[in-house]
Design a protein around this ligand. Structure first.
Ligand SMILES: [Zn+2]
Length: 324
């Protein structure tokens, strides 16, 4: 009789929920993780305030997520203790650090795209998909940062908004969209304002999850190196980037209408992400998660101050200067 080695692994939804409920209260403030970027939460509140939106999201999630999960189950390799065991270990460590249940990770055979994404719904354990190119190009430390980032999406309940955003912004699989009843009617009411709100939220959510990546990383330098590789395909050219000079460049850009070109991007400009990482490196919340990184001579800022600084350059509509 052949024994399936993955039988010993409890990846059931029940186990996922039990683990999550046990440790969910740690580091939470009013149901939101203490490291979450303020703009992420504010924009979700704004999205929720639009009439009928939440019900619509629930419907989208109900149809889209199981469909997408089946797709990835079919076309990807499931990570486990005997399959990509190092990645399996990374997933466990990140989940343990953030206090969430262990998600199922899949490797998608794709040597052309550096990408990772998450699907999560209320009725099954979330999945994280990483492309094989990501494994080729990133160091193990950087890959762990990516998995930590994706676990951040789960920790912050981004799933339902991510699914809705992918439909509204038309980035979901066409086949999946066709399954959603009444969708075409709803999409008729989606104005440019709503689309921009979603783009703004998606970018803000990335800042939250880069912070989760930092919390889960082996060393803090991996976070910006990973963003540089994802944004530019390499990190070497950015090794000696003068952050202060770059901040000035962002300030100049923000003072002109050119800044609106960022409106329809799903991720903040790479250098803005790196800048947001730098701000979080000096935020006291990081060291409540990673006390071993704290040095006596560190000049730390509060979470409120860190968020204020990040909002000033992450929000595309803001004309505030990043440095005074
Ligand atoms: Zn993300």
């Amino acid at each position: 009789m052949q024994i399936n080695p993955t039988d010993d692994v409890d990846i059931s939804f029940k186990n996922y929920v039990n683990t999550r409920q046990k440790s969910f209260a740690t580091h939470m403030i009013n149901g939101v993780p203490d490291y979450s970027f303020s703009l992420d939460f504010k924009l979700r509140q704004k999205i929720n305030a639009a009439p009928g939106m939440f019900q619509f999201f629930k419907a989208v999630n109900k149809y889209l997520v199981p469909y997408m999960k089946q797709q990835y189950n079919l076309s990807c390799i499931a990570v486990g203790p005997n399959q990509y065991s190092d990645i399996y270990e990374m997933g466990q460590e990140c989940a343990r650090k953030l206090g969430i249940g262990v998600p199922q990770i899949f490797v998608q055979p794709d040597i052309a795209v550096l990408n990772a994404f998450t699907y999560a719904s209320d009725d099954s354990a979330p999945i994280i998909v990483v492309t094989s190119e990501l494994i080729e190009r990133l160091t193990p430390g950087e890959l762990k940062t990516v998995i930590g980032h994706e676990c951040g999406h789960i920790h912050n309940n981004h799933g339902i908004y991510n699914a809705a955003g992918s439909v509204i912004l038309n980035t979901a699989t066409v086949g999946a969209i066709a399954l959603i009843p009444g969708l075409q009617q709803v999409l008729k009411f989606v104005t440019t304002g709503v689309r921009w709100m979603f783009y703004s939220w998606i970018r803000a959510a990335e800042v939250t999850c880069d912070r989760a990546g930092a919390i889960c990383s082996n060393c803090i330098e991996d976070v910006s190196r990973t963003d540089a590789k994802l944004g530019f395909g390499g990190a070497k050219s950015l090794e000696h980037i003068n952050i202060e000079e770059y901040i000035k460049q962002i300030d100049q850009m923000m003072a002109t209408p050119v800044r609106f070109l960022e409106m329809e991007r799903t991720h903040p400009l790479t250098a803005k992400r790196i800048l947001a990482n730098k701000v979080f490196e000096s935020c006291d919340v990081l060291y409540t998660w990673r006390p071993e990184w704290k040095m006596p001579d560190m000049n730390l800022i509060s979470k409120e101050e860190a968020d204020k600084r990040c909002e000033s350059f992450i929000s595309v509509l803001s004309k505030k200067k990043t440095i005074d």
